[in-house]
Design a protein around this ligand. Structure first.
Ligand code: SAH
Length: 223
């Protein structure tokens, strides 16, 4: 509906989020180095605006992270896509995410794999993410509130693990809960500084690592 107001037209309609998503995928992802069609499709489908507060929806598809309260952020779309692509996920994979935050990254993972287990240390964030994911009918994602340092033994081992908070070192339990042949992405480095996004692989019990890029992330905290 368009309301004429003293010569100014105010558009009272909801923005076209699908259109905004298409633009985001085209310029921020394909325009950079995201080529995995499954990842691009998942990012085209998940309504990112549903994972931020109403007053921030207009920025939901912008090329930067957004505050979600409690000093935490939903990562920049490109970072979500990049980390997801790095895990080379198969449809049957079981994935563990540490740092649910808004639940957006979990939703993207949920479009790509069989099951997603995600842990959030800040209770209100975990509760809100659980609520949004339920409203959007993601039935293959389970949110746990707690310290992700310990992983989630009940469902281990995992084909892939994604840590979305910056850690000083790789939590040992996460390495143990990674399947042989499994992959993990984790931002590593000192608190307060720039960290290295690292891809770890487990093969015949041995861990190899590759530095992917320099990143900034909110810190991995402990209870
Ligand atoms: N993946 C999120 C963004 C993550 S921001 C999204 O898509 O929105 C990082 C999140 O990690 C924050 O919500 C923070 O509270 C959480 N976090 C930090 N340390 C943690 C820990 N030890 N265990 C679980 N979650 C943790």
């Amino acid at each position: 509906m368009v309301i004429p107001l003293m010569g100014i037209k105010i558009c009272a309609q909801e923005p076209d989020y699908m259109d905004m998503r298409k633009t985001m995928v085209k310029y921020q992802l394909e325009g950079r180095d995201i080529y995995d069609v499954r990842v691009l499709n998942a990012m085209l489908q998940v309504p990112r605006h549903s994972f931020v507060s109403k007053d921030k929806r207009m920025y939901a598809y912008s090329d930067f992270p957004i505050s979600i309260g409690h000093k935490q952020t939903i990562s920049q779309p490109y970072m979500v896509a990049y980390m997801t692509q790095a895990l080379r996920l198969g449809k049957k994979d079981k994935v563990l995410e540490i740092g649910t935050g808004s639940g957006y990254q979990a939703a993207v993972l949920g479009k790509l794999v069989d099951s997603v287990y995600t842990i959030e240390i800040v209770e209100p964030l975990g509760m809100q993410a659980r609520k949004v994911l339920r409203q959007l009918d993601y039935t293959n994602i389970v949110v746990k509130i707690g310290d992700g340092y310990h992983g989630w033994k009940a469902y281990a081992p995992y084909d892939a693990i994604m840590v979305t908070a910056g850690a000083e070192e790789v939590p040992k339990p996460l390495l143990e809960q990674l399947k042989d042949g499994g992959r993990m992405v984790i931002p590593l480095g000192p608190h307060g500084g720039i960290r290295e996004l690292v891809l770890l692989r487990k093969k015949k019990g041995k861990i190899t690592s590759k530095n992917l890029m320099q990143v900034r992330f909110v810190p991995f905290t402990r209870n």
